[in-house]
Design a protein around this ligand. Structure first.
Ligand code: MYA
Ligand code: JJ1
Length: 388
């Protein structure tokens, strides 16, 4: 059934429920000298390239490949449209490897037709911090699908990760593969309900009119929490302490240090937004919320072409109730003209989703680890990890 995945060190469907299998690495590392030194073979017309994402031309080629060929919803109405600035941010965290940014070109025309990336991350699983690759942006041009190019892409990125002496990876996908460590639900909070209904992202509820719907989703003009402000560079140490303590309660979560927090959480226009609550009395940082910007192309609509979406990233409440904090996040997202605020049911998100008028989407997101076995599937609330 899964001719490729059956050959890989991942949890296999046949092993589900087998409590005799230990948690942890499935295969032991091999000596680096035994890692294949040459790239895997591609069909003759194609060649590997290592992408310099800082090059404007290369970044634009990747951007165009993804804008036309990356992830769509199940009815092909929307397609993710990651911006160039977002891709640069996503692919260049502290300690990144250029060799993990892999493209495939047609030799004769130099056209880019496939892509896959890894970035390094320290991910804690229970009590162990594991050096992993986060794999993302796997994409094969629509005209080259079902030719078994994806397994070659995956084997090549695996080889290049091994060459850096790393042996585990984390990834997410909308499709079911062997074997998810958790399956999460997407939730959506309408900010611009009229446009969402016009473009087919959502529907008018039963016994609802457009004007009742607009009223239902109305938000205050400005945030309500005293001391709520944008995160700044001098906040990095305080935010790092806050997030490290918070993430320690989840079974799987990143092990962020100050450099990671500066990279992943410091605001960048139209890429990542972060806010915190600084106590007006003690000047302590007590709460934090963040979202990233990932618009989607609206396919084949006469009047709208872009859906502006914010995606919940990491949120931490110690003093401000999480519900109030996230309501403030919705208010700033509305001020910034997002059409919808999306979130997964990870971490403590279930405690605010229904109350803040999020509704379940038609999409699920499955989380996976490569070469690391987890005995039982986790609940979404046991996951402290959000991938882009
Ligand atoms: S998830 C986002 C994936 N991208 C998209 O959905 C964009 C639109 N779709 C496409 O571009 C293509 O359909 C793709 C497949 C490229 C997805 N993850 O070449 P094929 C398996 C893993 O004939 P195509 C993301 O970026 C499939 O089960 N495997 O198929 C995270 C089958 O294997 P098997 C997938 O449709 C990526 C084989 O590929 C996925 O032309 C994590 C068929 O290949 C998928 N999303 O191309 C990658 N979809 O026969 C794994 C299909 O066994 C990383 N397949 O069922 C693993 C860790 C590596 C590092 C390890 C370091 C130590
Ligand atoms: O965005 C998604 N679904 C939307 C649009 C559905 C359009 C028809 N298929 C949706 N809308 C309903 C919103 C409504 C608002 C008011 C309250 C009730 C709900 O459900 C879905 C997620 O739900 N997105 C996708 O399907 C995109 C792909 C998701 C998998 C991503 C894999 C990424 C891999 C990254 O590594």
């Amino acid at each position: 059934k899964h001719k490729f995945w059956e050959t890989q060190p991942v949890g296999q469907f046949k092993d589900i429920g087998d409590s005799s299998l230990p948690e942890g690495p499935i295969e032991l590392p091999t000596p680096l000298s035994e890692v294949k030194q040459e790239p895997y073979n591609l069909p003759d017309q194609y060649e590997w390239i290592t992408c310099d994402i800082n090059s404007e031309d290369v970044c634009e080629e990747v951007y165009n490949l993804l804008a036309h060929n990356y992830v769509e919803d199940d009815e092909n109405m929307f397609r993710f449209k990651y911006s160039k600035e977002f891709l640069r941010w996503a692919l260049q965290p502290p300690g990144y490897f250029r060799s993990w940014h892999i493209g495939v070109r047609v030799k004769s025309t130099k056209k880019m037709v496939a892509f896959i990336t890894g970035v390094p991350a320290r991910i804690r699983v229970r009590d162990e911090v594991v050096h992993m690759a986060e794999i993302n942006f796997l994409c094969v041009h629509k005209k080259l699908r079902t030719k078994r190019l994806a397994p070659v892409m995956i084997k090549e990125v695996t080889r290049r990760v091994h060459l850096e002496n790393m042996w585990q990876a984390a990834y997410t996908a909308g499709v079911i593969l062997p074997t998810p460590i958790a399956t999460c639900q997407y939730w959506h909070r309408s900010l611009n309900p009229k446009k969402l209904i016009d473009v087919g992202f959502s529907r008018l509820g039963a016994r609802m009119t457009m004007s009742r719907t607009i009223k239902l989703y109305k938000l205050p003009e400005s945030t309500v929490t005293p001391g709520f402000r944008k995160m700044e560079i001098h906040d990095v140490p305080a935010v790092t302490r806050l997030i490290r303590t918070y993430l320690s309660r989840f079974v799987v979560a990143p092990d962020f240090d100050e450099n990671d927090v500066e990279h992943w959480l410091l605001p960048k226009d139209d890429v990542i937004d972060s806010f915190l609550v600084e106590s007006p009395e003690t000047h302590e940082v007590t709460d934090f919320c963040s979202f990233y910007t990932l618009p989607s192309t609206i396919l084949g609509h006469p009047s709208y072409s872009l859906l502006k979406a914010a995606y919940s990233f990491y949120n931490i409440s110690t003093v401000t109730p999480l519900l109030q904090l996230m309501n403030d996040a919705l208010i700033v997202a509305k001020q910034k003209d997002y059409d919808v605020f999306n979130a997964l049911d990870v971490m403590q998100n279930e405690t605010f989703l229904r109350e803040l008028k999020f509704g379940p989407g038609d999409g699920k997101l499955h989380y996976y680890l490569y070469n690391y076995r987890i005995r039982h599937a986790l609940k979404p609330s046991e996951l402290g990890l959000v991938l882009l």
